[in-house]
Design a protein around this ligand. Structure first.
Ligand SMILES: [Zn+2]
Length: 456
């Protein structure tokens, strides 16, 4: 009996932490974790992909007398772990490092690879390299550091994080600010079109591919028909807008970049994140659907814009066709369709939604006073907010809490109620970045406010 109980207990410990009460979104996100485990994949005879060692993938092409590394991971420790694995495959010196764009999750391990041998490798990138980070810096905008930490879940305890949708849930070393760090300096850059390079006995093409960022490139290795996509492709609905705050990510250019990759007729794909695609049939099928789904959302959004819909109306108007909804690699694990729709609107039309009521909206505290009046007093408004949560309308609860907090930002009862509402919203959201953001702000709200904090 004791033995049986021990066996049962062991089984329970080993079972994935899926709970009966999990929402569908939570269940799906938990299932994702299995394919975010560290793995080295041989994609083609000379190409390898290290996924799951770092949030972003690290690629390697083995040449006749050297190696080419594509992207370097987020932190030196990740790069070291991958280099150790790659060294089991080849002892050849690293001749070149190619950075698909300037984001820190793809460039943070550059020094580790660059300093591996006696001679420093060339570092290829597209100019203006790290344009996104550069524009924040030159304007003096740094709130994206805080918003990025919320989106990344870096301030949450491990038990509140599942994964980041397209990446394992890692923590940065204490001394590193992931979103405000200084990227490496490339030695060779190009701006537009296609740059052919010969290195390590390999013929490789770097192709300008604006999309997720304006400095994005993809790497084309024609001999084995492998494309390294950077962040213009991974197995999830793409992050057409990052809630940490970004410039407009040119969705039309993104689609054109996918067209360019497809026109090269790739047989295998090393994405910026998530596992590679191996085999021509799968590659073409996934790529075509991915491209078409983004185009559908773009075209629908523009159609709605031209009908005069506001962003709040557009998000209900734009729907992904059923045939795309079923595909796991288009699920909103990382990007979210609604956020993309809003980004397209503001990318073309800016902040004004077209409704003149919103040309000069009431300041939040004035609006709150009117809401209190309408509800029949503050106590009544508090009750409606609390009831909304009990009735499973967490969004309405949060919105009413905002009115109350506009009048009393330090009211701990309301702060806690809003925290509960955000936790409820997080549980039902599949998009990891949004979940992290909800849960981090909930955590902030549960602590008493010491000084005015940025908008919660
Ligand atoms: Zn990335």
């Amino acid at each position: 009996m004791k033995k049986q109980l021990t066996a049962l207990f062991t089984l329970l410990l080993l079972a994935p932490s899926v709970h009966a009460e999990d929402s569908d979104a939570t269940r799906l996100l938990k299932q994702r974790s299995a394919q975010l485990e560290p793995l080295i994949t041989q994609v083609s005879p000379s190409v390898y992909c290290a996924s799951g060692y770092s949030p972003a993938n690290i690629g390697m092409i083995v040449g006749t007398d050297g190696l080419v590394i594509v992207d370097t991971g987020m932190f030196p420790a990740h790069a070291k772990a991958v280099l150790k694995e790659f060294r089991k495959i080849s002892e050849l010196p690293i001749k070149a490092i190619i950075l698909t764009h300037g984001h820190g999750d793809h460039t943070g391990g550059t020094a580790t690879f660059a300093e591996d041998g006696d001679r420093k490798p060339a570092i290829y990138a597209r100019s203006p390299f790290n344009s996104e980070g550069g524009s924040f810096k030159s304007a003096g905008v740094f709130i994206n550091g805080l918003r990025g930490a919320r989106q990344g879940g870096f301030r949450l305890p491990p038990e509140k994080r599942i994964n980041n949708g397209i990446a394992p849930a890692v923590y940065p070393p204490k001394d590193r600010n992931v979103f405000l760090g200084t990227p490496p300096v490339p030695t060779d850059t190009f701006r537009d079109g296609r740059k052919k390079i010969s290195v390590a006995g390999l013929e490789i093409e770097l192709v300008a591919a604006t999309g997720e960022t304006a400095d994005q490139l993809y790497v084309w290795f024609p001999k084995e028909r492998v494309v390294f996509t950077g962040d213009n492709f991974y197995q999830s609905w793409p992050n057409l807008y990052a809630i940490r705050g970004t410039d407009y990510r040119d969705v039309q250019a993104w689609i054109r970049s996918l067209d360019l990759m497809l026109a090269d007729k790739p047989a295998h794909v090393v994405p910026g994140h998530t596992r590679p695609l191996v085999g021509e049939q799968r590659t073409v099928e996934v790529f075509t659907n991915y491209r078409d789904a983004i185009e559908h959302v773009f075209v629908q959004t523009v159609a709605g814009i031209n009908q005069g819909l506001t962003p709040d109306e557009l998000v209900a108007y734009v729907q992904l066709p059923e045939r795309f909804k079923k595909l796991d690699y288009l699920r909103e694990y990382y990007g979210n369709i609604e956020w993309g729709v809003r980004a397209i609107f503001s990318g073309y039309l800016g902040w004004f939604d077209g409704n003149p009521t919103h040309l000069f909206s009431l300041p939040p505290a004035d609006e709150a006073k009117q809401m209190v009046k309408l509800a029949g007093g503050e106590r009544a408004l508090r009750k409606v907010a609390a009831d909304a949560l009990k009735e499973n309308n967490a969004q309405w609860c949060a919105e009413l809490c905002d009115h109350l907090l506009a009048l009393h930002p330090n009211d701990q009862t309301v702060r806690t109620l809003k925290a509960e509402a955000l936790e409820s919203l997080a549980e039902k959201l599949i998009t990891a970045t949004g979940r992290n953001y909800y849960l981090t702000v909930a955590q902030e709200l549960r602590k008493p406010a010491i000084k005015p904090t940025p908008k919660q």
